[in-house]
Design a protein around this ligand. Sequence first.
Ligand code: NDP
Length: 297
Amino acid sequence: MTATVIDGKAFAAKVRAQVATHVERLRHDHGVTPGLAVVLVGEDPASQVYVRSKGKMTVEVGMTSFEHKLAAHVTEAELLALIAQLNNDPAVHGILVQLPLPGHLDSDLVINAIDPAKDVDGFHISNVGLLATGQKAMVPCTPLGCLMMLRDHHGSLSGMEAVIIGRSNIVGKPMAQLLLGDSCTVTIAHSRTRNLAEVVRRADIVVAAVGRAQMVPGGWIKPGATVIDVGINRVDAPQGGTRLVGDVDYDSCAQVAGAITPVPGGVGPMTIACLLANTITACCRAHGLPEPEALTA
Ligand code: NDP
């Protein structure tokens, strides 16, 4: 069997187009322009690239982008003061603090200072609790993107066996909550899981979020399963230089799986698209307007 490739890049373009339509509708019908504020502390090159690309896409869909770049030595009090200002700014519907923060800043404290209604990353403890109890939350972007692709591919996920490899707060755990919400039977595997290959072989849906290049071989995949590869790992390329690979060994998994996301061009583009989708959701909720169902969990 050769797997169907789930084209995250094309899907993300479709999501962004839907977002742009909603932005236009909000502006035309209600005189509201959704705004997304991104806060970058320090000069981490990877973070700078992400923030630039987020800002560009925010503007492309017609939203207002607010960028706040703070020096690496900013104090916690200064950062918290900026967050308070953004919380109180009615033009700002979404706030994202780019992680990781420099070591002298307490990430949990900073994230939990964001108004939960503007927490478009879905990392605030209130949103974590709302998601865990099946209530309306702001949902973390990467797992939301994975869920959208899975629903698009399968329709209903009810009753499917899902195995998530990785138990991080930003991917593994919220992914598990979302799949549980869609009535999958969910297993979360991690570095202490025994017989990982056997556990993964049970799955109709495998979500790999480990951070280990090409760790999952095709031999672990049940024939016909859907494989969602969240991993982004930079490795040496055979012809020199480097290339990006996921957490699954794409070539061998694609021989066995029914469907698979590539790296790059799978989950990655969906993450930014879902950030924009969450900003629309936050904006609609702030103004008491119906939120676009296709763009939420
Ligand atoms: P974390 O490092 O926070 O978590 C990794 C998880 O993998 C941990 O739960 C860890 O287990 C588990 N793990 C590590 N080694 C093994 C192993 N040998 N067997 C089984 N489980 C193992 O990573 P993140 O969740 O933040 O990210 C995971 C990957 O996804 C990374 O490659 C990251 O770059 C990528 N990513 C991609 C995004 C995108 O937009 N596409 C967004 C976010 C992340 P334990 O808890 O026991 O240590």
